[in-house]
Write a protein that binds this ligand. Structure first.
Ligand SMILES: *Cc1c(COP(=O)(O)O)cnc(C)c1O
Length: 431
């Protein structure tokens, strides 16, 4: 099995955190998102404990909630004493609706609206991560109107290429995100922020990409940021209080990919930053990291019912399931890979080479391309692994398919945390 929390019981059924997946599929119907709550909490704890122990007081993990935005996830983040990133007023609303502490919310995004800015300030969020000069001015103006001072970080582009998929590289100079250091524009916006009323510059942010499997790109990014912080200190006498080095810790999706020791990774990053600060004569900043995927991805499994299996002689075979790009657009978006098995035949050999296809009317509605899986027939249950991140949060109603519910597992018990959509939900906004 790909992960330790997965196993096969005496009936040959896949179990997730000790619970029979076929029982879950029967009880709740399919498609069904299943999440292992204990694994999510464990991931929060090992990452938070590392950063807390090795970095300046106040250092913290922020869950990048775009990976999985729902009330229960903000409740878990609150209980685990970590912060969260939001990238929209909708995510912010969801976090606030479960009383997530506003001061631990960081508002991201490269295209914030006036509403985003006023909604964030009205609700007393901790920080805006400012992407550009116009946003800086808009925040200053609204904060001025409300007679408050808003804490901000500036998003910089350190010009790092972390060798990952094109679509998930974000820290390069040519990027829609942030202000480039290389071009001198980062220094300009810093000077401007220091002289802008009603905003308090607290530090800097960078995010170099996703699915990064070793600590080196983070250290390279931190190195450039610390060099910039030193320059800012020399030029303006400004000591950076907060350094946010972003998210992107990699997750193993298929056999052969490495499995990261997240605790060690973060310890190494902390030590690197601390040593470099000493070297440069900088005060050790509060360090923030923003894991999304590495908190929730491998805690999630999606269960589907198989509707048909077809073999095209001389070409290939397909297994068609009752979900697809509506609940998991990752293949359609990035050609992303997942592992899959037939949950009710988990002890049989995986000797059927096929593509696991979705139900939508798009040729690219594929969940897994060219995989080896158990032979299947109509009514079998297919399990697709590592679907905890960027599945539910990216789900759509394309073809007017209802979005699946999310069931959380804890201590052998199962409970619904997001209910299944109904036809009434689908037409709720139609006049
Ligand atoms: C997407 C994103 C993250 C999280 O990335 P993961 O790969 O899920 O860890 C963190 N920070 C920012 C700014 C992001 O855009």
């Amino acid at each position: 099995m790909l992960y330790k929390n997965l196993s096969v019981n005496n009936e040959g059924h896949l179990t997730i955190a000790g619970v029979d997946s076929v029982y879950l599929a029967k009880k709740y119907g399919t498609p069904l998102y299943v999440m292992d709550e204990e694994l999510v909490r464990h991931r929060c704890r090992i990452q938070q404990s590392a950063i807390e122990k090795y970095c300046a007081p106040g250092s913290m993990i922020l869950f990048a909630s775009k990976a999985l935005s729902m009330k229960e996830m903000y409740r878990i983040a609150k209980q685990e004493n970590i912060g969260v990133d939001v990238v929209s007023s909708g995510e912010l609303y969801t976090a606030l609706s479960v009383d997530f502490p506003a001061e631990k919310i960081f508002f991201h995004g490269s295209s914030k609206t006036d509403f985003d800015i006023s909604y964030g300030i009205d609700n007393g969020i901790g920080y805006f991560i400012v992407d550009n000069v116009e946003e800086l001015e808009a925040i200053s103006e609204y904060a001025g109107k409300k007679d408050v001072t808003q804490n901000i970080l500036l998003r910089l582009a350190p010009g790092i290429d972390p060798h990952t998929f094109e679509a998930v590289k974000t820290g390069k100079v040519d990027s829609k995100f942030g202000v480039a250091i290389e071009t001198g524009q980062a220094m300009e916006i810093t000077e401007k922020a220091l002289n802008t009323p009603n905003v308090q510059l607290m530090g800097f942010h960078c995010h170099i990409g996703s699915q990064i499997f070793d600590i080196e790109p983070f250290c390279d990014g931190a190195d450039i940021m610390l060099g910039f912080m030193k320059e800012v200190k020399d030029k303006f006498g400004f000591e950076t209080e907060i350094l946010n080095i972003g998210g992107g810790l990699g997750v193993k999706y298929v056999e052969g990919e490495p499995e990261i020791d997240y605790h060690q990774c973060i310890v190494d990053a902390c030590k690197y930053v601390n040593d470099k600060c000493d070297e440069k004569g900088l005060r050790q900043p509060i360090l923030l990291m923003e894991p999304g995927r590495s908190i929730v991805a491998d805690a999630g499994v999606t269960l589907y019912t198989v509707n048909s299996t077809k073999t095209i002689p001389g070409y290939k075979s397909y297994i068609a399931v009752d979900g697809g790009m509506g609940d998991n657009p990752r293949f359609a978006l990035y050609g992303a890979k997942h592992s899959a098995l037939i949950a009710n035949k988990a002890s049989e050999p995986a000797d059927f080479h096929c593509t696991l296809a979705g139900r939508c009317c798009e040729s690219d509605d594929v969940i897994c391309e060219d995989i080896d899986i158990q032979k299947a027939e109509r009514g079998d249950i297919a399990a697709v692994l590592t679907t905890g991140a960027y599945n539910y949060s990216m789900a759509s109603n394309y073809n007017r398919v209802c979005r699946p519910p999310i069931v959380m597992l804890k201590g052998g018990e199962d409970r619904v945390v997001v209910r299944r959509e109904t036809f009434d939900d689908l037409t709720a906004c139609d006049l």
